[in-house]
Design a protein around this ligand. Structure first.
Ligand code: CMP
Length: 225
């Protein structure tokens, strides 16, 4: 496998050329087509995954059959580490949102990497701390906020994950479809549409096709989180 692909992956940052060679030997690259279910909740897991390009949706199905989207991951992100680390079954479903090239690493090889390269373990822990903070803010928003707050904090989470900041504005290049936004925010598709329209009329947001711009990120954050 081409090791240049590994250099841009955050959990492999600060490793040497030699380390990349070893990691490449222990991984394989696979292409998953759009809408491919890569992991199924409660199955036994023996591999972890790193996205080289493309996007996946992490979700669970609630008691009443609704899909709850926990996160959308993209290039450079990893998933499948939880079962590898704690030996429990898969905690969520993972489905590709577009054709995606993904690095697959077997459990034993990944655990050996953590022993050989403590920097990977530190990078992994940093990202897990980030995900815990994100989940905490999601719980707060689902339990405390009104519809506008739920939608706004979902947009903030997406902006933090995939937004590009420029002169105080944050551009989300590809906003998920309204039903996915609703499943992330714990609300309905109609509410998503109504709130985005109202926040756009108030000058907080600008929507151009599937691109969304938060016009003044700091103000938006302080007004809605
Ligand atoms: P695992 O439990 O092995 O399989 C499902 C994966 O989804 C899990 O590992 C994590 O990689 C990922 N996952 C579960 N919950 C979240 C979350 N809240 N945010 C991001 N990723 C998650």
């Amino acid at each position: 496998m081409d090791i240049s692909l590994l250099k841009f992956i955050p959990i492999f940052s600060e490793l040497s050329e030699n380390d990349f060679q070893k990691i490449a030997r222990a991984s394989s690259k696979q292409l998953y087509r759009k809408d491919n279910m890569i992991l199924i909740e409660e199955e036994i897991g023996s591999t972890m995954f790193i996205i080289l390009n493309g996007r996946v949706k992490i979700s669970r199905i609630s008691e009443d059959g609704r899909e709850v989207i926990l996160s959308i991951l993209s290039e450079g992100d990893f998933f499948g580490e939880m079962s590898i680390l704690d030996g429990e079954t898969r905690s969520a479903n993972v489905v590709t949102l577009e054709d995606s090239e993904i690095l697959v690493i077997r459990r034993e090889d990944f655990l050996q990497m953590l022993r050989d390269f403590p920097q990977i373990a530190i990078n992994l822990l940093k990202e897990l701390a980030h995900r815990l903070r994100r989940s905490d803010s999601q719980i707060k928003s689902l339990s405390l906020q009104n519809a506008t707050g739920k939608v706004a904090s979902t947009l903030l989470r997406i902006a933090d994950d995939s937004g590009k900041i420029h002169l105080g504005q944050v551009e989300i290049p590809k906003l998920p479809p309204q039903q996915d936004l609703a499943n992330m925010a714990g609300t309905s598709r109609e509410t998503i549409s109504r709130v985005i329209k109202s926040l756009s009329e108030k000058g907080y947001l600008k929507k151009i096709g599937s691109k969304l711009i938060i016009m003044d990120y700091e103000t938006f954050r302080s007004d809605f989180s």
